[in-house]
Design a protein. Structure first.
Length: 597
C-alpha cells in the first residue's frame, strides 16, 4: 500500500527536489531538474519503478523526524530493540551536478541497517546497466548516469543493489548519489559528506535569517518560505507549482495532473509573499522570469510555462505506471498550457503593479509588454474561457475571469496615474467600468444575494472570495457578505473550502476531490477583512493543524478521510499560508496592498 502523501518530506537543491518517506525511502527524484524524467518513481508505482531506501533490518518501534532548524536538511530517527539510528537527508545547493547526501549516524546501541537501491530512469521505464566501482557503483542508460559513492560493500540482487551494515553509537556511514550526463565523466566526489551537510545547513540558516516576518505563527511562515525557495528553479527564478506529477485529487480517480511547471496565476501571491518577507532578490528574479515568459505577442500568452519559460508542455500518459493508489492515468506535461484563461491577464498586471508599489524598478520595455497584453485583453475580455480551475468542459463566462480582467484594467489605470505611463486611459476606464457593471448584474444572483460562478448561473465558486481581496467591492458590502454566506452553506466542509461543487459537472471530469487549501486561506482572509477576526483565526489555525509533521501541505485536504491529497508540497498552499498569516497579524498585509487605491 502506498504511503500517505503526508508521510513524505521534501529535500531539494533549488533546481530539483526529492520526496523522502517516513520509512527512509526516497520514492521520487527527477534529475537534473524538476521536470526531468524521474530515476525514482515508486511514488507513482511500486518499488520496482525506482527508489532508494535506508532503514533498519529489525522491526522499527518508533520513527521521528524533523528538519534541522530553518533548513531543508532532514533527520529521521528510527528506534529498534537494539538501539536507535538517524538518517540525515539533504541535497547540497547545486554547484555542478545534483547530489543526494545521506548520512547514517548511530545514536544508541547497535543497529543493523539495510540499503536497497533500485534505479529506473525515465519514470521507472528504463533499467540501467550497473557496474561496480572501487567506492560504490555507476549506473548508465541512454542519456542518464548515476554514481553512488559509499564505504559500504554493495551486492547486486537481480536489477537491484543492496547492502547490510551495522551502525554503532557515534559512528557515521555516508552515501552520496550524483547524477550526470552519461556521455561525460563522473563528477569529482564530495570529499567530506559530513561537511557538505554542515555547509548546506549553514546556507539555509543564512537564507532564513533574511526573513523579516515577525508576526504570530512565524515557524509555519518560515517553513512555507523555505518550501517556496526549494520549489524555485535557481537558474531562471521560475517557481514550480509542485515538484510532483499525478498525485490525485481523489485516490483512484483521474484528476491527476503534472504540476512541475510555473503558473502565471501564482504571480501576485508569490511576489507579495517574497517581497513582504524580505526576499527582494527572489521576488525580482520571479518578476524577471515572468516578463521573459510573457514577452511577445499578446495573443500568444499561455497560462503556464516551463522552468525557463518554455511554451510547449504537451501532455502524455505513462501506461506502465499504475499510479498513486491506482489513480490513473499518470501524466507528464500539462494539456491546459494553451487554454484560454482571462484571469491570467489580471494576475500578471496585478503582480507588476504590486512590484512597483513595493519598490521593484522597471526595466526598459516592461511597460510595452504590459501594453501589448492590455491590447490583447481589450479584444478578448468579452469572450468565455476555461477559468481559474482549468475546466476541461465547455467554456463559460466565469465571474472570476471577468473580475481579473477588471483587475488588469484597474491596475493599468493606477500605474498611469502613479508613474506617468502612457496609454489609452479613457478606453481602459470605459472597459473597466463596463466590466464592473456587468459583473454586478450578470454575475450576481439577486434571489440568493450572492455572486455566482458564471454569468446567469446559480452555483457559487470559492474563487469569488477574491472579489474583496482585489478591491472590487469592500468586504463589508452586502453582496460580498451574501457571497461569503453562500460559500459557507454550499462549499465549506468541516471548516475547509471546496473550490466548487464537482457534482455540477462544470469541469467535465468524473468524481470528486478534496477541499482546496488555498481557498480555505481565502475564507480566512475574507473573515479578517470583514472584521470577523475570531472566525478568521479559527479557520487558519484549523488549517495549520493539518500540515504534516514537518510543516508541509499538499494542494488539497480531505476532511472526511483526514488526509492530504493532490501534488505535494504545493506552492499555492504555502503561498496562501504566508499571505493569510500576514493578513491576520500585520498592517501591511497583502490584501491591504491589493485593495489600496
Amino acid at each position: 500500500m502506498a504511503a500517505r502523501i503526508e508521510d513524505y518530506a521534501l529535500i531539494g537543491d533549488c533546481e530539483t527536489a526529492a520526496l523522502v518517506g517516513r520509512d527512509g525511502s526516497i520514492d521520487w527524484l527527477c534529475v537534473p531538474r524538476f521536470d526531468a524524467g524521474a530515476c525514482f518513481a515508486a511514488l507513482l508505482g511500486t518499488p520496482d519503478h525506482g527508489r532508494w531506501q535506508l532503514a533498519p533490518v529489525d522491526p522499527v518501534g518508533r520513527v521521528t523526524r524533523a528538519y534541522r532548524g530553518d533548513t531543508l536538511v532532514l533527520d529521521t530517527t528510527f528506534e529498534t530493540a537494539t538501539g536507535s539510528v538517524t538518517v540525515t537527508d539533504c541535497m547540497p545547493v547545486r554547484t555542478v551536478r545534483p547530489d543526494v547526501v545521506r548520512l547514517v549516524r548511530g545514536v544508541r546501541g547497535r543497529v543493523r541497517m539495510r540499503m536497497t537501491l533500485t534505479i529506473r530512469f525515465d519514470y521507472g521505464s528504463v533499467t540501467p546497466w550497473v557496474r561496480s566501482e572501487p567506492d560504490g557503483l555507476s549506473a548508465v542508460a541512454g542519456p542518464d548516469a548515476l554514481r553512488l559513492r559509499t564505504p559500504v560493500s554493495l551486492v547486486g540482487e537481480g536489477w537491484t543493489t543492496t547492502a547490510e551494515f551495522d551502525v554503532v553509537e557515534g559512528a557515521t556511514v555516508p552515501f552520496v548519489l550524483t547524477w550526470y550526463p552519461s556521455h561525460e565523466p563522473a563528477p569529482a566526489p564530495i570529499l567530506d559528506p559530513i561537511r557538505a551537510v554542515e555547509q548546506t545547513c549553514a546556507w539555509w540558516e543564512a537564507w532564513a535569517a533574511r526573513c523579516t516576518y515577525e508576526g504570530e505563527w512565524r515557524d509555519a511562515v518560515m517553513r512555507s518560505l523555505i518550501t517556496l525557495k526549494a520549489l524555485t528553479y535557481g537558474p531562471t527564478g521560475g517557481i514550480v507549482a509542485a515538484p510532483t506529477t499525478s498525485l490525485p485529487e481523489l485516490p483512484g480517480g483521474e484528476r491527476n495532473w503534472d504540476y512541475r511547471y510555473c503558473w502565471l496565476r501564482d504571480s501576485t501571491f508569490t511576489l507579495a509573499a517574497l517581497m513582504q518577507s524580505g526576499y527582494v532578490d527572489e521576488a525580482r528574479a520571479w518578476r524577471q522570469w515572468l516578463l521573459r515568459a510573457v514577452a511577445g505577442r499578446g495573443d500568444e500568452l499561455h497560462i503556464m510555462y516551463g522552468l525557463a519559460g518554455e511554451r510547449r508542455l504537451p501532455e502524455l500518459e505513462l501506461p506502465w505506471l499504475p499510479g498513486y493508489e491506482a489513480s490513473r492515468p499518470v501524466r507528464i506535461g500539462n494539456g491546459a498550457y494553451d487554454q484560454f484563461q482571462l484571469d491570467v491577464f489580471g494576475e500578471v498586471l496585478d503582480c507588476l503593479h504590486l512590484g512597483r508599489r513595493l519598490g521593484l524598478h522597471d526595466e526598459d520595455g516592461d511597460w510595452y509588454i504590459e501594453r501589448e497584453l492590455l491590447t490583447r485583453l481589450e479584444a478578448v475580455w468579452a469572450q468565455p474561457d476555461e477559468g481559474i480551475w482549468e475546466v476541461r468542459g465547455p467554456q463559460r463566462h466565469f465571474t472570476h475571469s471577468k473580475l481579473m480582467a477588471w483587475v488588469a484594467f484597474d491596475r493599468a489605470l493606477k500605474d498611469v496615474e502613479r508613474y506617468g505611463f502612457d496609454g489609452p486611459v479613457d478606453r481602459w476606464r470605459e472597459i473597466r467600468d463596463t466590466l464592473h457593471r456587468e459583473i454586478c448584474t450578470r454575475g450576481f444572483d439577486t434571489a440568493r444575494n450572492t455572486f455566482v460562478q458564471s454569468y446567469d448561473g446559480t452555483e457559487v465558486d470559492a474563487a469569488l472570495l477574491m472579489m474583496a481581496e482585489v478591491g472590487f467591492l469592500p468586504a463589508t458590502d452586502p453582496r460580498i457578505v451574501g457571497t461569503v454566506a453562500a460559500i459557507e452553506r454550499d462549499l465549506v466542509r468541516d471548516g475547509f473550502v471546496d473550490r466548487y461543487r464537482t457534482s455540477s459537472g462544470v469541469d467535465g471530469l468524473p468524481g470528486g476531490e478534496g477541499a482546496f487549501v488555498l481557498c480555505t486561506c481565502w475564507l480566512a482572509d475574507n473573515y479578517a477583512l470583514m472584521g470577523r477576526r475570531e472566525d478568521a483565526r479559527r479557520v487558519f489555525e484549523q488549517l495549520l493543524a493539518v500540515r504534516n509533521d514537518v510543516g508541509l501541505l499538499a494542494e488539497e485536504y480531505d476532511p472526511i478521510a483526514r488526509r492530504q491529497l493532490g501534488n505535494f508540497p504545493q506552492a499555492f498552499s504555502h503561498l496562501g499560508l504566508i499571505n493569510t498569516a500576514r493578513n491576520l497579524t500585520q498592517r501591511d498585509s497583502p490584501a491591504g496592498l491589493r485593495v489600496a487605491r
